[in-house]
Design a binder for this molecule. Structure first.
Ligand code: ADP
Ligand code: TRP
Length: 322
């Protein structure tokens, strides 16, 4: 049996890019009988950039509700909030003492963030050590991540290797899993959809707001009657990721026939999103109106997670004589 583990920061409400690129593929992986998945909300990591309790709570619930709405099976798997497992920060301290300072100082993501953020706190610097603790605390075998996280995974292996080398074989070295054909969902401006670029589509907003986001997708200035090229159009690129073959063909024909404006295409995309995600939207809104249900799921998950966490931490502490 393989133990799959991944975390998603609660630094915003998940957008269409997060859903198609990370959440759905991870849920698919969790459905194999032989896999046990631990998926968690990395709220401690999000403290490096967010300091507002209401926003942190809202993002945590919104992230959890998204996983649940997309059908993550919390009976077969383990679904929890990072901060509910105090063992993780204890292990992080121990791992800090096995982590070389230059490795952290040279990390791409730290250099990037410290050049761009006004608040360069030590949490940003130690971010990869907390991530290593997240992974090593559960003897995870496989960690599915986006390419941007690969260096963090290498550091986790490095830190575990250093511990094992000095203290004897104790920690499981995880493998990363980057899916090569991972799709990149474009945002409303055509760049990669990302919270940091303010170009997201949030499928869990009311229809009026969703419409506003979709109407702001950037297109060229061809008129209604003009023949259009679907392959260079941002509206079509997003449509194509969601529609079935027949719908895609039909839309292509409309573009190439002329007499079909971008406003029409955007309306069709809006209707497709509403229809395709109607079940998920319903579950999401229902859960968000009853946060105590989400809280309950996270509590059950954290009890299961702590069982593993406390036994691994004990193994580590025994090796250290503490
Ligand atoms: P953001 O760029 O909005 O801050 P994150 O870095 O928090 O998103 O990403 C969370 C997960 O979602 C990662 O696994 C990442 O690879 C995936 N992801 C983010 N944006 C996209 C996108 N536009 N297309 C595909 N996957 C994405
Ligand atoms: N750093 C990851 C991201 O920003 C989130 C994360 C935290 C994570 N801990 C993890 C991912 C452990 C995988 C495993 O996407």
């Amino acid at each position: 049996m393989a133990r799959i583990l991944t975390g998603i920061q609660s630094s915003g409400v998940p957008h269409l890019g997060n859903i198609l690129g990370a959440i759905q593929p991870a849920i698919k992986l969790s459905k194999f009988d032989d896999n046990e998945s631990l998926f968690f909300i990395a709220d401690l990591h999000s403290l490096t950039t967010i300091k507002n309790s209401e926003i942190i709570k809202h993002n945590t619930f919104a992230t959890a509700a998204t996983w649940l709405a997309f059908g993550f099976n919390t009976d077969k798997n383990i679904f929890y909030r990072q901060s509910d497992i105090p063992e993780v920060t204890e292990l992080m301290w121990i791992l800090n003492c096995f982590t070389q300072y230059p490795m952290l100082a040279n990390a791409h993501s730290f250099k990037d963030k410290s050049n761009n953020l006004a608040d360069v706190n030590s949490g940003l610097f130690n971010y990869p050590v907390l991530m290593a603790a997240d992974i090593l605390l559960y003897d995870a075998d496989i960690v599915p991540v986006g390419k941007d996280q690969l260096q963090h995974l290498e550091m986790t292996r490095d830190i575990a290797g250093s511990f094992n080398h000095q203290m004897g074989d104790t920690l499981t070295l995880p493998k990363s899993k980057v899916s090569e054909n991972m799709m990149i969902v474009p945002g409303i401006d055509g760049k990669k959809m990302s919270k940091s670029y303010n170009n997201t589509i949030n499928i869990f907003t009311e229809k009026k707001l969703l419409k506003k986001q979709i109407m702001s997708i950037v297109t060229d200035s061809l008129g209604l009657e003009d023949v259009k090229n679907p392959s260079t159009c941002n509206v079509f690129k997003i449509f194509k990721l969601l529609a079935n073959e027949g719908q895609i063909k039909e839309m292509e024909n409309k573009y190439m026939r002329g007499g079909f404006g971008y406003g029409h295409a955007k309306n069709e995309l809006l209707e497709l999103i509403i229809e395709k995600f109607s079940k998920e939207r319903e579950i999401y809104f229902e859960l968000m109106s009853k946060p105590e249900k989400i809280e309950q799921k996270l509590k059950e998950g954290s009890e299961k997670a702590r069982k593993i966490a406390s036994s691994v931490l004990l193994r580590v502490k025994n090796k250290l004589g503490i």
